[in-house]
Design a protein around this ligand. Structure first.
Ligand code: GLU
Length: 269
């Protein structure tokens, strides 16, 4: 399939997981970026009106909670992050609920742990609930259940990988990861002005792996390495992933209209 055909094919996808990173949801000082979150909700509600089924995987609970509690950074200890996430998760759901309801869509909170993804029974429950919500026109909003699980807040866990697992068990056709970077580059574009954006990746080769260094922000986690692992997990299950910038949430409409935005990790060779 040619690149342009592969992009056009994205418009056919109905069930889509959209992962939104902390840096997309907040200002650098950690407060909520209300205008961006409102536009995310507007776009998601509009896609639902077009009979698309959108599942949001949101980050931001720890960052938003930490900021609201007057902390300058994510707490370094797990208990501190758990407390911050409990505050921030409520704030996040409040704002998603208000903005989605403005466009007549309900927000539903789904908090998952690693065990949910690993246990067939729990996974089936999560699958069934998400399918029921989608059938009712509700927008499921997933995050890790950070307050009861230490794993989810450890070094090895992140919402990029969670979003890939959600895409798999919810039988979604596409995963879109929105963050503060335009897509997948051959070098870190923040330190290499000559870095080149990949438009499409069909195979995760050692060269591609080498291009993904570790990174992150003071309030979020992740970086290209976790995004690449998420894309690989999704690819292994026949699900394509687009990594793109969430600065302008309208990008979601352009991606689903076949536009050449970000990097497409294309399933199916
Ligand atoms: N679950 C964390 C939060 O909501 C985010 C983890 C991540 O960004 O990967 O703050």
């Amino acid at each position: 399939m040619e690149i342009s055909q592969a992009r056009e094919h994205l418009s056919l996808h109905k069930r889509i997981v959209v992962k939104i990173g902390t840096t997309t949801l907040t200002y650098p000082n950690g407060t909520l970026n209300l205008q961006r979150i409102e536009r995310i909700c507007w776009v998601v509600a509009d896609l639902c009106n077009q009979n698309k089924e959108i599942i949001i995987v949101t980050s931001g609970a720890v960052g938003v909670g930490a900021n609201s509690l007057g902390m300058e950074q994510r707490p370094k200890d797990i208990i501190g992050r758990q407390a911050a996430s409990a505050v921030g998760q409520a704030m996040l759901m409040n704002i998603y609920h208000r903005f989605l309801m403005a466009y007549n869509r309900h927000a539903a909170q789904i908090l998952l742990t690693r065990e949910c993804v690993g246990s067939p029974g729990r996974k089936e429950n999560a699958h069934n609930t998400i399918c029921q919500l989608l059938a009712m026109g509700v927008v499921p909003i997933v995050n890790a259940n950070d307050t009861i699980a230490t794993d989810e807040l450890g070094e090895l866990s992140d919402n990029d990988n969670l979003s890939a697992h959600v895409a798999i068990f919810s039988e979604s056709q596409l995963l879109v990861i929105l963050s503060d970077i335009e897509g997948f580059y051959n070098k870190d574009p923040r330190t290499n002005p000559k870095a080149v954006l990949f438009s499409e990746v069909t195979e995760i080769t050692p060269k591609i792996e080498a291009a993904a260094g570790g990174s992150g922000s003071s309030l979020g986690t992740g970086g290209m390495a976790t995004k690449l692992t998420a894309a690989r997990t999704a690819l292994e299950h026949g699900i394509s992933t687009v990594i793109a910038s969430g600065d302008d949430p309208m990008i979601l409409l352009r991606i689903l209209a076949g536009g050449q935005e970000g990097t497409l990790f294309r399933a199916g060779g």
